[in-house]
Design a protein around this ligand. Sequence first.
Ligand code: MN
Length: 712
Amino acid sequence: MLRQYELVERVKSYDPTADEEALNRAYVFAMKMHTAQKRESGDPYISHPVEVAGILTDYRLDAATIITALLHDTVEDTPASYADIKLLFGEDVANLVEGVTKLSKVQIQSEASKQAENFRKLVLAMSQDIRVLLIKLADRLHNMRTLHFCKSPEKRKRIATETMEIYVPLAERIGMEQMKNELEDLAFQTIHPEAYESIKTRLDFLREQGKDNIKKIITALKADLKENGIKGDVSGREKRPYSIWRKMQKQNIPFEQICDIMAFRIIVSTLEDCYKVLGVIHTKYPMIPGRYKDYISTPKPNGYRSIHTGVLGPTKHRIEIQIRTKEMHEVAELGLAAHWQYKQGVHRDGKQYRWLRDLLDLLNHAQDPNEFLEHTKIAMYQDQVFCFTPKGDLITLPKGATALDFAYAVHSRIGDSCIGVKINGRISPVRTILQNGDQVDIMTSKSQHPSPEWERFAVTARAKSCIRRYLRAQKREQFIELGRQMFANMSRENDIPWSDKSLEPFLADFKQNTIDDLLAAVGEGLIPFTEVFRKIHPEHKLRLKKAISIFKKSRKPLTENDTKTPIKGLIPGISLSYAKCCHPIVGDAITGIVTTGKGITIHTKDCDVLKKFKDEPERWLDVEWNRELMKDKRLPVRIKLSLSDRPGALTEVLNILARYNSNVENLNTLDRSGDWTDVNMDISVLDTNQLDSILNDLNSLKIVSNAHRLKL
Ligand code: MN
């Protein structure tokens, strides 16, 4: 394990201005917090964050990143909190630690591997600061290096699979070849142990056979360069087991036929030299067709540049040769880091991590990102949020989506019966806007149903349409029930036997397909009730007038669910409007009238308009205010008053209204007679008591006379 002073010295070696004291403090803090914990290897836990920090010093990352690496598991695994970290190490580090903590909750389930691309997007979206991703990769690398200590074979396999599917491609995407290779090899060993072993055995055999081949070839290639006056380094290595295995898979060939197991790299100082070397090689050694690739003229999306070719080399073995400059090499190995160091030319000014700041800046305000960044742009997934079910399944939603959208994304049944949510274990409102990485647990109840206000909480088209579909069906249910009640009441009043079946012979007369259709049409008022009733019982002279009162008395509330609508006696979701003639407010005695195609209109009981319906008792509904639900809701009411023409008179009126928090929704000036003007206003009030107080107060003003409620 790296010692404290060694780590600090490493950072100081590339960044002399780094805050040494903060680094030391972080080291000690992490040590203290993790003191009682051990790794599965038996090592003290602190060895892990320290090694992660060590890995990141190889990439010459800024002190904040190194400090975060030391602290990265403290919030997750120890009593330390975000607030503690912020207090001790500042907001920058605290946010980084929080970012890594959130990422560590991302866990791909093995059966969900087809979602790998989504998980990669998630990780990118969550790493809003690219340093978070770099720390996470280093964390993963150290965990992979020590994976063999993990006792559970299932867990080993899960972590290795996740590494292969999520972190290897991410390391590749940001151009970190070295990191990618190591992660890949470690994961391969765990996922396909037999394949790994057999390739390794074969490699050992070939190595034994062709002893010193690598050395011989290096010497020969070096001589070739020298002969042509080109300066360059030549290195050679065996290919990695994983890349051999992948080639076998890809080309479907057995291991015996894989012969180019050696790869050589020639590093020169200039771009021209790259092509000179290529000329030399191709002149001297037979080229293997299909193996030549020029990633210098066409770089890989992650910025990788190099020439690749395959030839029958000096020892008559097939070999692969990569040709590149020193800069290209560092970019390939270290990814973003090296690229930006070169761009900035910052080797000397002691601010090696400027590239990071610039990169972050560019990511935040990318207008014309260069080809290198285009493919590492984290902002790519900023219009989506990625959340999890308690089982760890990933749900992707548009940004701004709420917990209710999540519920509907899981299943429309879950959405319809959602009574509450837990977000990251905490009970939260269903309208809560979700954040990346949130784990959402939907609580359901069979007795729960969508209500009209849900439409305002839903963002996704799916959720909205599910809610609407439910409400439409619900309304129809209500209209059917309403129609049924009308027939039942009228039949009882006239002593006529009644059942739904009585309607069956008359469906065609009213162009309806089912009994429910006819009941709904009557309930909704699309077909007049009396017309249907007379058709069924032409012999009966209906006692209509008397029916009115009995009808009202005998009417039972249509639903138990009275707490959800402002009017008792109606099913939630029925469309409801308040008559514009009488402007009913809480405290008024009211009556509901079924209005064709419109649902129910509420009038005050003394409203003159009701006279129009006196011959249609079936349209009358006995209703009452749901005072509990309406207790702080305001409805408009119309008042009329005469106002003195004195300046400031209207202001005095408005002051009184303001005292009652009453809004003026409409104001009309009518006749002007002498010094007084008649004014109509629609104001919002809680109930009749409040209206009385307002009218009293208005009438007590000198500039007001005869303020009163107005009904048409
Ligand atoms: Mn860790």
